[in-house]
Design a binder for this molecule. Structure first.
Ligand code: ACO
Length: 331
């Protein structure tokens, strides 16, 4: 299937003000800066304040993206949010963000795919633009994972932070296709390896679910690590096969920021130089659906990503889900 011309009109990101360092964790539990740094690459992460939520962070990132695009909220006809930590069970975080931004009548919905949420949302948005149904989409990844951390599980607790990233994509004024190839999938045999069990219809929040620790994040880190390395390799092989591109023809590689060792493993196999890796995990930790749009925004702001460059995006997360895209940074 061919792809229509799309350009990236704007981007933005937001990280809460409160920073939690590895040294802060040393005071809270039996851990060390050395362990966290060597095992994950994380140094700091940002925690949402009591009044901050996935929608409030998404609004700030979305506003920045629209401002940069020089667009009004009225021009957004599609608003999709990748999140697994929505403000409420319903309505969707996308509708809350549309309300706060003042987007009058967009098609608005959330995508729940763990850390792959943004990439699935981004792909869905491009399909709607491809189909000619809409012209301009605001796509946001926003997660407030720290609300669900089990601070008695040191292997998981140290990994996560909160944040949001947003991009505006549009067919208006676009002269080249943005998506060059993509692949998405899931392996539901791993559905119970990474989850928050409470709050849904199976285990509504009540005294029993809290007593059973169902209100916090569970992750089988070792299993997820193996899955992430394997699926990242599969995704990259497929993207190169689909496009006929070779690893050296890609300008930047942006993997979901879950653990630097996962990024390093795939990079080493393909001899990808460090300079081509986009890495923000040291500053933000794993912000789930937000890692990819935040990292894109940080890199575009700093001038690391510039017009015309080819970028590979790779995500994986709860489900277990995964996705990969080759995009061209058309402005
Ligand atoms: N500080 C100090 N020691 C620790 C800590 C800590 N914070 N956590 C674990 N350890 C100890 C363990 O107890 C263990 O000690 P032992 O050998 O005496 O038993 C030792 O360190 C090694 O533990 P492992 O679990 O083997 O550590 P590993 O190297 O596997 O790293 C980690 C754990 C960081 C969780 C890793 O498995 C990982 O990153 N997994 C992937 C997570 C991921 O990608 N998630 C993405 C999806 S998230 C989403 O979708 C929302």
């Amino acid at each position: 299937m061919g792809f229509v011309n799309i350009r990236i009109a704007g981007w933005g990101h937001y990280a809460p003000e409160k920073v939690v360092t590895n040294q802060d964790f040393e005071k809270m539990m039996d851990t060390s800066d050395e362990w966290i740094t060597t095992r994950s690459g994380i140094k700091r992460r940002h925690y949402a304040g009591p009044d901050e939520t996935s929608s409030t962070m998404g609004v700030i990132a979305g506003k920045k993206a629209l401002l940069l695009a020089g667009m009004q909220p009225e021009e957004v006809d599609l608003l999709i949010v990748g999140t697994s930590t929505q403000d409420m069970i319903f309505p969707s975080t996308a509708c809350l963000i549309a309300n706060k931004l003042g987007c009058p009548e967009p098609m608005a919905f959330d995508v729940s795919a763990g850390c792959t949420g943004f990439l699935h949302a981004f792909s869905i948005a491009t399909q709607f633009l491809n189909a000619g149904l809409y012209k301009t989409a605001l796509v946001i990844g926003s997660d407030t994972i720290t609300r669900y951390i089990d601070f008695s599980d040191r292997a998981t607790a140290v990994l996560f932070g909160d944040g949001a990233g947003a991009v505006v994509i549009t067919t208006k004024g676009a002269s080249k296709p943005m998506v060059l190839a993509e692949i998405h999938g899931s392996d539901s045999s791993g559905a119970y390896k990474l989850f928050i069990g409470g709050g849904g219809s199976a285990h509504p929040i009540n005294v029993h679910s809290i007593k059973n620790h169902e209100n916090v994040f569970y992750m089988n880190g070792k299993e997820i690590f193996k899955f992430a390395v394997k699926v990242s390799d599969t995704i990259l092989d497929s993207l190169f096969l689909q496009t006929g591109l070779t690893p050296d023809q890609i300008d930047h590689y942006l993997f979901h920021q879950a653990n630097y060792r996962i990024i390093e493993s795939t990079a080493n196999r393909l001899h990808i130089p460090q300079s081509k890796l986009i890495v923000t995990i040291d500053e933000y930790g794993n912000t789930s659906s937000a890692t990819i749009p935040m990292s894109l925004s940080v890199s575009a702001d700093s001038g690391k990503i510039v017009a015309g460059q080819k970028i590979i995006l790779v995500a994986f997360g709860a489900g277990l889900t995964w996705g990969g895209m080759v995009i061209q940074w058309n402005l």
